[in-house]
Design a protein around this ligand. Structure first.
Ligand SMILES: [Zn+2]
Length: 94
């Protein structure tokens, strides 16, 4: 077996045969964590540059506005229908 941290042959194993010594096991863990943290940070940063937060909010706002307009149109159509129906009923009565 070879140490995952320093790539030297393991004589006395630490951390389930993955490292030659406790120091390597520890440093590998911190290295791995650091890499993970860096990846997370870079992902956050790249995400920010690709898709700014305010533009997403704008899209959401536009979507809400469109939905609101549709609701208003639907309401108006309902009102007009009712109005039209009452007129036709009155006309037929006459
Ligand atoms: Zn080692």
């Amino acid at each position: 077996m070879i140490c995952e941290n320093c790539n030297e042959e393991i004589k006395q194993s630490y951390g389930s045969n993955r490292f030659c010594c406790q120091k390597c096991a520890r440093s590998f863990a911190t290295k791995f964590k650091r890499k993970e943290i860096n990846e997370k940070v870079s992902k956050k940063l790249s995400g920010r540059t690709r898709r700014p937060k305010h533009s997403v909010n704008n899209v959401e706002n536009n979507f809400l506005r469109i939905n609101l307009k549709l609701d208003i149109v639907k309401m108006l159509v309902k009102i007009f229908r009712k109005f039209f129906i009452t007129i036709t009923i009155n006309e037929t009565k006459m």
